[in-house]
Design a protein around this ligand. Structure first.
Ligand SMILES: [Fe+2]
Ligand SMILES: [Fe+2]
Length: 474
C-alpha cells in the first residue's frame, strides 16, 4: 500500500479505517514533537536540513530528498508489504501461518521485546544531541540529522505496534518511551549502553558502525518473528538502518584516510607527532574499536540463554537470515562454545543449539563487522603502512555471558586483573585519548570545508556535490 502523506500521521497501514487507533496516535504525536524539541538535536531545530523521507516501502526509490526543518519531518508508520501466505520459519510452530494478532500467552513477552527495541531509538537521539554543535562539516551534520530523524521514526514504528496490538498497557508503554531519558539517574533508558553520552564524532562513527549494526541484527531477528506486523515493521526499518552503518563505516574510513595522508607527509607513525599535527593516530582508533565492539557484543545477551531459546521455540524471535540455516528447530543439534575454566584457562562446553541462539546471532554480527575493518585495512595497505586494525576477541572486556568480568587481552587470552589494569591504556581509550579527540572537535560549517582530522567523503548525498549546502543554518 502506498504512503498517505495527506494524513496528519503519514502511514501505509490504512490508519483512517481505525478511528480509535488514529485518535490514540494523534494524542501521542504532540508529545513526541515536544520530546523532539526538548531532547532532539540541540540548537538546530530551525535549520533547513536536506533530508530523505520515505515515499514508498519497496526496495527501489523509496526515498525522496528535500529541505525540511526537523520538527516538521513527516514521521510516520511504514510497514513492508505483507507476504502472502507467510508461515512461521523456525521453532516449534514452524510451518503454521504467522500471527496477525498477538497470542494471549505471548503478550507480555512480546511487549517486552518491542519496548526494549523501541527504547533504544529515542535513546540514541538523546545521546547524540550535542554533536551538531561540533560537526566536522555540513555534509556530516546532515548525516547526523538523517540518522536522528530516522531513529525518531523507528520509535514511531514500535509505538504503532504498542498502540495497535497491546491496548492500554501498550499505550502506557508508549508514554514511558518519552519519559525515560538517556543518562537520567532516576529514569534511565533500559540498556546501559544507551545511557552513555556520545560527545565526540569518532565515538559517533563507532556508534553508528558497531551499535547501529547490533540494531541491524536485532531487527533481522525480529523480522523473522511469527508476529507478522512486527516482522513487517522491522523489515522496513532495516532499509533505513543501512544508511546509519554507512555513516559509521565511511566516517571511520575518512578518519583513517586523513591520518594516513599525514603519516605519509610526515613520514612518521609517532602518535605524539601526529597529534601535534591534528590527526587521530591509528592506535587510538584501534582502542576506540576495542571499546565499541566489546560493548556492542554485550547487547546480544548471554551466549547461553533460556530466554533466547524460549523466543526461538515460540517463534517470537529467530536468527538473522533464518532461511539461510539448515536446521530451524535447534533441538537435535549441539553447539560448542569456549568458556573460562576457572583456573586461568579455557574449556569447551557443548549445549543444545537452541540455548545458543544469542551466540549464533552474535557470531553473524561479528562477521559483518569485519567488512569495514577489511576496507580500512585496505587503505593502510595501499599506503604501504604496516599497521592493521583488528576486532578484539569476543572474550575481551565482557560484562555479560560466560566471559563476564574475566580479564583477557584483546586476543582473548586470560590475564590477571593486575595485568589488565597495567595494560588498560594499550587496550582502551584513556582519559588522555578522549581529551585529545575531544580537543579536535571544533565546528566546521562552511559548505565543502572539512575539519582537519577527517578526509572529505568520496561523494555527496543524492548525487549532490560534497560542497553542497546540506544544512541552511539560521
Ligand atoms: Fe533505529
Ligand atoms: Fe540506526
Amino acid at each position: 500500500m502506498s504512503i498517505d502523506y495527506q494524513e496528519r500521521i503519514p502511514n501505509n497501514v490504512d490508519l483512517n479505517s481505525d478511528r480509535r487507533l488514529q485518535r490514540a496516535l494523534e494524542h501521542w504525536q504532540p508529545k513526541f514533537i515536544d520530546w523532539w524539541k526538548e531532547l532532539g538535536p540541540e540548537s538546530f531545530q530551525a535549520a533547513d536540513v536536506f533530508l530523505r523521507t520515505a515515499v514508498s516501502v519497496d526496495a527501489q526509490g523509496w526515498a525522496s530528498y528535500g529541505f525540511v526543518k526537523m520538527p516538521d519531518y513527516r514521521w510516520g508508520i511504514f510497514l513492508a508489504d505483507r507476504v502472502a501466505d507467510r508461515t512461521i520459519g523456525f521453532g516449534d510452530e514452524m510451518g503454521k501461518p504467522v500471527w496477525q494478532e498477538v497470542p494471549g500467552e505471548y503478550r507480555s513477552t512480546l511487549r517486552r521485546l518491542i519496548v526494549t527495541q523501541g527504547d533504544t531509538e529515542p535513546a540514541s537521539v538523546e545521546q547524540q544531541r550535542r554533536l551538531g554543535l561540533i560537526c566536522p562539516s555540513l555534509y556530516d551534520l546532515r548525516n547526523l540529522f538523517q540518522v536522528n530523524v530516522e531513529e525518531g521514526r523507528h520509535l514511531w514504528a514500535m509505538v504503532y505496534l504498542l498502540h495497535a496490538y497491546f491496548g492500554r498497557d501498550g499505550r502506557e508503554e508508549a508514554e514511558e518511551m518519552l519519559y525515560r531519558h538517556a543518562g537520567d539517574a532516576n529514569n534511565p533508558r533500559i540498556l546501559s549502553t544507551f545511557n552513555e553520552p556520545i560527545d565526540d564524532w569518532l565515538s559517533f562513527f563507532m556508534f553508528t558502525y558497531f551499535t547501529d549494526r547490533d540494531g541491524k541484527y536485532q531487527l533481522k531477528s525480529l523480522a523473522e518473528s511469527a508476529f507478522d506486523p512486527l516482522s513487517r515493521t522491522c523489515t522496513f526499518m532495516l532499509t533505513e538502518e543501512a544508511h546509519h552503518m554507512f555513516v559509521g563505516e565511511t566516517g571511520i574510513g575518512r578518519v583513517v584516510q586523513r591520518t594516513v595522508e599525514k603519516m605519509q607527509e610526515l613520514k612518521s607513525d609517532d602518535p605524539a607527532l601526529l597529534r601535534r599535527h591534528g590527526v587521530i593516530d591509528l592506535p587510538t582508533v584501534q582502542r576506540y574499536i576495542n571499546f565499541w565492539f566489546s560493548s556492542a557484543l554485550d547487547l546480544f545477551g548471554a551466549e547461553i540463554s533460556s530466554n533466547a531459546a524460549n523466543y526461538f521455540g515460540t517463534g517470537l524471535k529467530g536468527r538473522p537470515d533464518e532461511a539461510s540455516y539448515a536446521d530451524h528447530s535447534l533441538l537435535a543439534t549441539e553447539h560448542t562454545l569456549y568458556r573460562p575454566d576457572g583456573k586461568g584457562g579455557v574449556e569447551a562446553e557443548t549445549v543444545v543449539a537452541r540455548s545458543a541462539v544469542n551466540h549464533m546471532t552474535r557470531d553473524a554480527y561479528a562477521k559483518d563487522c569485519e567488512i569495514g575493518v577489511k576496507r580500512w585495512n585496505r587503505t593502510l595497505e595501499k599506503a604501504g603502512i604496516d599497521f592493521r586494525f583488528q576486532l578484539p576477541s569476543d572474550r575481551f572486556r565482557r560484562t555479560i555471558g560466560v566471559w563476564a568480568n574475566v580479564p583477557t587481552d584483546t586476543q582473548g587470552n586470560p590475564i590477571s586483573a593486575a595485568e589488565f589494569e597495567r595494560r588498560r591504556g594499550e587496550f582502551l581509550p584513556s582519559a588522555e585519548d578522549r581529551a585529545y579527540v575531544k580537543s579536535l572537535m571544533q565546528p566546521v560549517t562552511e559548505p565543502g570545508k572539512m575539519a582537519a582530522w577527517i578526509a572529505p567523503p568520496a561523494r555527496g548525498i543524492d548525487n549532490k556535490p560534497v560542497e553542497y549546502e546540506y544544512v541552511h543554518l539560521q
